[in-house]
Design a protein around this ligand. Structure first.
Ligand SMILES: [Zn+2]
Ligand SMILES: [Zn+2]
Length: 88
């Protein structure tokens, strides 16, 4: 699943969505406003491979992106299972 996801991030389909989201956010990091080194972050992984550009994604610069992922690397569900939220 992880490798499939990594491949997906290199796909033309993802690049198109990532670009759409950046345009939508005026090519600015939605956390600090920086206009360079932008990534597209998944707010959730519910619709992975079939993301709603407006609802599931967010434009962040590399630095803010990294910080967010450090904060939410692993989440434990109430039933005890751990979901990894370390994807891009
Ligand atoms: Zn930023
Ligand atoms: Zn991310």
């Amino acid at each position: 699943m992880y490798n499939a996801y990594m491949d997906y991030l290199k796909s033309e389909e993802w690049k198109k969505k990532s670009k759409m989201r950046k345009n939508y956010d005026n090519n600015r990091c939605q956390n600090c406003g920086q206009e360079i080194k932008l990534n597209t972050h998944h707010l959730d992984y519910d619709n992975i491979y079939n993301e709603d550009v407006k609802r599931n994604l967010k434009t962040l610069c590399v630095d803010c992106h990294r910080k967010i992922h450090l904060l939410k690397k692993r989440k434990r569900r109430s039933d005890g299972t751990i979901i990894i939220t370390e994807f891009s």
